[in-house]
Design a protein. Structure first.
Length: 387
């Protein structure tokens, strides 16, 4: 039997500031280990941020409806997925000035494990000929609160789901809706995300979406490796080209090293399914699964600087590469939705804590790659980035 709790519904004037439920509150045979908790942060830059924690007996997720249904942290036993951002959030969107003159005001709120970039744009900042900022870094969706949030627990299947609806809409502009559902099944060290982007307008609308999934200390340390069924690896810039031969390894933090960004095409099975594996320096790893028919572009972001400045890597499947929007339009990588149409996006995650599990996932990736090494380009390529 499924039970649901409506936490936020702006249309119905519903808002539940606190909620906590455990196995004794659920109906069914598979409720052991299931827990849900809702609270609101007070004080500092996080004042007013809604937080939802869900636990299935194996993993605990910390969700942020106030920040576009992002995921702040993931915990599995002694494994913590996330990163130690200098921002120390979560930060309420009212404290993030996306349209500050630098174009990178988005970074003032950036500290989640998973945040979405989009929906109007998801790449670097872009100015028009008059010098006006038209597309801030990574767009607005991660700093837009959900207007409807609901939690459901099914005691017969042992599944917890959290659903949220976020609108990025304005008069004389795009009218887009993100509907996101996170699912966990009891006792499994894994979870999934199903998103739908819907065009609410009476006219065709284009959009961009990228999942910025970030790993840092203590999980990511020097000696970690990325295992991916890479076909092509292309540096975004000439600076990134100095690291591209070492794209799959992570070295020590170094002040002033700068960021490296590499673009990929990935091998996939006949249905478009692919996966990548981030192996820690020990026996632990995190696996990401997605579909290249939905998210054909994959980006790796490496920021190997001292921990106090943010030692982090981003694994980023997207509809496009995070270049400025006008360039991605020119390359035909910006999808269009007809009036009322929706497009779905599915991701799944596994937290791996044994050598056997890591080896099995690595073998699956090797099978996808067909035993072929990737073609690694020594410099930026036309059509991949404007550099």
């Amino acid at each position: 039997m499924s039970q649901s709790w409506l936490l936020t519904d702006v249309d119905q004037r519903v808002f539940v500031p606190e909620l906590e439920r455990g196995p004794a509150d659920f109906t069914g045979e598979l409720v052991r280990g299931l827990r849900v908790k809702k609270y609101v942060l007070r004080g500092g830059l996080g004042d007013g941020v809604d937080v939802i924690e869900v636990e299935n007996g194996a993993v605990r997720l910390v969700l942020l409806p106030t920040r576009g249904m992002g995921i702040h942290k993931v915990f599995c036993g002694d494994v913590e997925l996330g990163w130690q951002s200098p921002v120390r959030g979560p930060v309420h969107p009212t404290f993030v000035n996306l349209f500050e003159g630098s174009g990178i005001g988005w970074l003032a709120g950036f500290d989640e494990w998973l945040c979405r970039c989009g929906l109007e744009s998801n790449g670097g900042p872009e100015w028009n000929e008059a010098g006006r900022l038209v597309h801030p870094l990574h767009g607005r969706i991660a700093n837009t609160p959900a207007h409807r949030v609901e939690i459901s627990v099914d005691g017969q299947t042992g599944e917890i789901s959290v659903s949220g609806i976020v609108d990025e809409s304005r008069l004389f502009g795009r009218k887009l809706r993100l509907t996101s559902t996170v699912r966990l099944r009891g006792g499994e060290p894994s979870f999934s995300i199903h998103d739908e982007v819907t065009n609410l307008s009476s006219e065709p609308t284009d959009f961009e979406l990228l999942y910025h999934i970030n790993f840092g200390l203590p999980f990511l340390q020097p000696g970690a490796t990325l295992v991916a069924p890479a076909v092509n690896v292309v540096p975004q810039t000439s600076h990134s080209a100095t690291d591209v031969a070492r794209w799959n390894t992570y070295g020590p933090g170094e002040a002033g090293l700068g960021e490296f960004v590499h673009f990929f095409t990935l091998a996939a099975d006949a249905e478009g399914r692919t996966n990548v594996l981030l192996k820690a320096a020990d026996d632990r790893a995190a696996a990401l699964h997605f579909n290249t028919r939905q998210l054909p572009c994959f980006t790796q972001w490496k920021l190997q600087q001292p921990g106090s400045d943010g030692y982090v890597t981003g694994l980023e499947p997207g509809t496009n590469y995070p270049n400025v929007r006008s360039f991605e339009e020119q390359q035909g990588r910006v999808p269009t939705l007809q009036p009322g149409a929706s497009q779905s996006f599915d991701l799944a995650f596994d937290v791996l804590t044994t050598q056997e599990a890591v080896a099995a996932h690595a073998a699956a990736i090797e099978k996808l790659a067909g035993g072929k090494p990737p073609r690694v380009f020594e410099r930026p390529q036309p059509g991949w980035s404007p550099a």
